[in-house]
Design a protein around this ligand. Structure first.
Ligand code: CTP
Length: 273
């Protein structure tokens, strides 16, 4: 009632020699809590995500061909982590589903639930489990679009049949699975394209039934994957298209959440005054 913020203990090795929940929070986590308290004090109410459950997907997936080879892409997970952190700072309860990534989960998301997955199938299963409890879905992951029809149990030798032409299948499109549902969270998707115009991007937004699409025109100047900055264009269901300048992924995450707040306010979806 007095507005005290409790920084919870962390899980790990304990002074007793045991392992569990009871470690003093890391300094980075304490700093994050301070930043969050300060940010929340200044946030206009319509931008607050207090009481909201946000699901973020991040990073690539790996589709194994055999025990030592997989199909994947250069996604680092940075954009998804930036979104998770920004949503957490706005007061949300954040669940993060993260593919294999080297980017360290900052001690920065102390209350977030982090779910590590490897394949697109695992990401889909985890997403479907968490969706009924989700108000806002931020689909920043770059799941592989193809998988092995039959991953091989043993390493394939380069002289073996099929080594150069493994039989592939398409993976399930997680967003498309949600597209037809009546009850969906407010849904944000991403599209990284090298050859597209805004009409094609709008068509993808409609096909995936997205409330907001974050479009990256990939070029040598804007590789988007595995770099710290990103130039994006925000394409909402209704309302004006917003071409942003090149921003850090942290700043882009804030701009995306601002656009979500704006869209929900105009949609009348936002339950808060
Ligand atoms: N996505 C998804 N499930 C997949 C692949 C992608 O939910 N199996 C999501 C991504 O997280 C992203 C969006 O879909 O938010 C855009 O992915 P993209 O690959 O650009 O869409 P596609 O329809 O696969 O487009 P294309 O056929 O042009 O590759």
């Amino acid at each position: 009632a007095r507005g005290v913020v409790v920084v919870p203990p962390q899980v790990g090795a304990l002074a007793s020699g045991g392992h569990g929940n009871g470690r003093l929070a890391e300094p980075a986590a304490i700093v994050e809590y301070l930043r969050r308290a300060l940010a929340l004090a200044e946030l206009p109410p319509h931008r607050s995500l207090r009481g909201q459950r946000v699901l973020v997907t991040a990073g690539p997936t790996r589709e194994y061909l055999d025990p030592v080879r997989f199909l994947s892409n250069p996604s680092s997970g940075r954009m998804g982590l930036a979104l998770a952190r920004a949503a957490w700072r706005r007061g949300a309860h954040v669940e993060l589903i993260c593919g294999p990534t080297q980017v360290r989960m900052p001690g920065a998301l102390p209350t977030a639930q982090v779910h590590r997955v490897t394949t697109c199938g695992e990401m889909l299963a985890k997403s479907l489990r968490l969706l009924p409890r989700t108000d806002l879905l931020l689909m920043a992951a770059a799941p592989s679009d193809a998988r092995a029809a039959q991953p091989r149990a043993n390493k394939v030798k380069k002289d073996d049949a099929g080594f150069l032409q493994p039989a592939l299948r398409r993976t399930d499109d997680i967003l498309l699975q949600l597209a037809g549902r009546k009850i969906r969270p407010f849904t944000v998707g991403f599209a990284a394209e090298t050859h597209a115009d805004l009409a094609a991007v709008q068509a993808k937004r409609r096909r995936k039934n997205l409330d907001l699409l974050v479009y990256n025109a990939i070029s040598a100047a804007n590789p988007a994957f595995d770099v710290a900055t990103n130039q994006a264009t925000l394409v909402p269901r209704d309302g004006a298209i917003l071409a942003l300048p090149s921003l850090s992924k942290a700043a882009l995450a804030e701009a995306i959440l601002d656009a979500v707040a704006e869209a929900r306010r105009t949609d009348g979806l936002d339950p808060r005054p």
